[in-house]
Design a protein around this ligand. Structure first.
Ligand code: M6R
Length: 607
């Protein structure tokens, strides 16, 4: 979703702005723009479309100046138009603002400004901000005072950065609920809505907290509290993150590259943690809270989308291996529930980006309650990683495709490691550890069938609907498989637990409504086969994923994908790969924009 960059320093601002926007492209956006301040004039360039179009516009008419702001917009208020894209300016073109989030009381402010004679050119909530600052500037005659006064009137979520011709030596920033960071370097100050754009320039970063604003010059920054105006002293922190540039290489899309990275992702996630030779799982990130963990008798997992499905696998794993009761909730629901939590409950958030607005809000809800908060997060230094008491990073590396693949696998791997780490007398401990060690090799064998899966996906790409079924560990796989297909191919797909078929979904089945079934070995084999029989008896076509040596399910199916056999607890890690490939190739056949599917964003930073 929307991305923010800002710069003030010795270099030409536009270079950082364009590179920074490009590094955040994966978050998803529909339009982009920059505003660059040169002495007292501001050059604005905006396009509907990609950063490459903005680069082209900049080559033709370059912006010059040492201070500037840039934005990638994912439309919320107002259509996808050049007018609605950021930066936005006041009617006199003196104050230019970029904004992530939603100003909830913008209608109220707009009505007030309209009464003052302000004319608006677009439909966004953001446009009220520069106009409000401009009005307040008339009253105060001072940019800082006007900026601070305007912030006090805003309600909602925001990360804001502003430049103005009235104060060319400073950039102004503020945040509530949406992340914002300032990178401090020799050659200037680099602002970003996440660390990605900043990291190639500096690792010395200060993160703004909620209700904080900043006045940033070439070589210093001053923080203040929005409500009290009090100045805040906070030194920079050193981000211990290596800048990892992700390139497509020889792959046509990030998604297929990231699917192929699954085996190496599992290796990276386990590195130094799974000590197969010593028979232990060591998780440094949980060391500090080890004593507290001993008293935990319930874990509530909060997440959205694919991370939520990883949480559902985690629920099975933690309950079976560590014997701890687990409840998984969608963060978007939890944030509005009146649910009592006892102090012996731990809350565990799961997120690839670490910036998902609903998950952040859910975690905020329990802030200050004394409840232990843990994280399974991929993006280092992200908001959720910083907010939790302790956690385990996924180490999946940057994931660029909107559809999450390798991050799901890394999240499930972390759940498995945590479950083993917390287990006391789990009977299959040694067996699982040994098997986990050799799992990446087995997953590599699945890619030997990629061509077969591609043909199958193409064959079924004409379907309008798809059902995904599985039982126990394969049930979350059915949900995840269906999500993947719908989000990138736009084929309607739903996931169900096999046992639920008779309770409703079976009514849908006919020869035009195919099913993707996970029939992987476990002690419910016969039950899933019965569910498949019911589908088969109604002329429903089935594509089945089975493991070696299973034949009953294959007999009922039109098409079969065979994968190596592993223990049931590891099945989600290997079984999901054919589902990822199936969704990818169906979408490819349909000519979809796979890495940036319509209406979706990688990082969902607004509610
Ligand atoms: O960054 P997060 O893991 O918190 O994101 C949660 C969901 O928005 C995300 O998993 C989404 O469902 C993916 N596009 C699924 O592929």
């Amino acid at each position: 979703m929307c991305g923010i960059v800002g710069y003030i320093g010795k270099k030409q601002a536009k270079d950082y702005l364009l590179d920074g926007l490009e590094s955040m492209e994966y978050r998803g956006y529909d339009s982009t723009g920059i505003a660059v301040l040169d002495k007292k004039s501001i050059n604005l360039a905006k396009v509907v479309g990609r950063v490459e179009h903005l680069r082209k516009a900049e080559r033709e008419n370059p912006s010059k100046g040492h201070a500037g702001i840039g934005h990638t917009r994912w439309a919320t208020h107002g259509g996808v138009t050049k007018n609605n894209s950021h930066p936005h300016h006041d009617q006199n073109k003196e104050f230019y603002v970029i904004h992530n989030g939603i100003i909830e009381n913008y209608q109220e402010i707009k009505a007030y400004l309209t009464k003052q004679g302000v004319k608006f050119y677009g439909d966004t909530d953001t446009e009220v901000i520069p106009n409000l600052i401009s009005e307040l500037y008339k009253e105060h005659g001072d940019v800082q005072k006007a900026f601070k006064a305007a912030l006090k009137s805003l309600r909602g979520a925001y990360a804001i950065v502003m430049i103005t011709s009235h104060d060319p030596g400073n950039i102004y920033a503020a945040k509530f609920s949406s992340p914002l960071a300032i990178g401090v370097a020799e050659d200037g100050m680099y602002i970003g809505s996440d660390a990605m754009p900043i990291l190639p320039h500096t690792k010395q970063v200060v993160f703004l907290e909620d209700n904080e604003g900043a006045v940033v010059s070439c070589n210093s920054y001053e923080l203040f509290h929005i409500k009290t105006d009090k100045s805040i002293k906070r030194p920079t922190e050193l981000l211990e993150i290596e800048h990892e540039a992700a390139e497509k290489g020889d792959y046509p899309d990030f998604m297929i590259k990231e699917i192929h990275e699954v085996p190496q992702t599992i290796r990276a996630t386990m590195l130094g943690r799974l000590r197969a030779d010593e028979g232990i799982v060591k998780l440094g990130g949980l060391e500090e809270v080890r004593d507290q963990l001993d008293y935990i008798d319930r874990i509530v997992v909060l997440a959205c989308g694919t991370s939520y499905y990883a949480g559902l696998v985690g629920e099975y794993l933690l309950e079976e291996i560590s014997n701890i009761p687990v409840e998984v909730q969608q963060a978007s629901e939890f944030r509005y529930r009146q649910e009592p939590l006892s102090r012996s409950t731990a809350v565990l958030v799961v997120s690839q980006s670490g910036e998902t607005a609903d998950t952040i809000a859910a975690l905020k809800k329990i802030e200050g309650s004394g409840i232990l908060t843990l994280g399974i997060v991929n993006a280092p230094g992200s908001t959720l990683a910083r907010m939790t008491d302790a956690g385990v990073y996924c180490h999946a590396g940057p994931e660029k495709a909107v559809a999450s693949t390798k991050a799901f696998v890394a999240q499930v791997t972390v759940f498995l490691l945590i479950a083993l780490h917390l287990s006391k007398n789990y009977r299959n401990f040694d067996k699982l550890i040994a098997e986990l060690d050799s799992l990446p090799q087995k997953i590599e064998e699945v890619f030997a069938q990629e061509e077969k899966i591609r043909k199958l996906a193409e064959k079924y790409s004409t379907a309008n609907d798809f059902l995904y079924i599985g039982r126990r560990y394969a049930y979350p796989l059915a949900l995840e498989g269906a999500l993947k297909l719908k989000e990138i191919s736009y084929i309607h797909a739903e996931g169900f637990a096999g046992g639920e078929m008779k309770h409703g979904p079976l009514a849908l089945i006919d020869k035009n409504f195919p099913t993707f079934a996970f029939a992987l070995s476990n002690d419910l084999d016969e039950k899933l086969v019965s569910n498949m029989q019911e589908i088969h008896a109604r002329d429903g076509k089935i594509v089945v994923v089975v493991d070696e040596g299973k034949s009953e399910a294959a007999k009922l199916s039109e098409d079969t994908i065979v994968i190596p056999k592993v223990s049931e607890q590891l099945q989600p890690l290997i079984g999901v790969v054919p589902a990822f490939l199936f969704a990818y190739y169906a979408a490819k056949r349909l000519g979809r924009d796979i890495d940036k599917p319509r209406n979706l964003a990688k990082s969902v930073t607004v509610e």
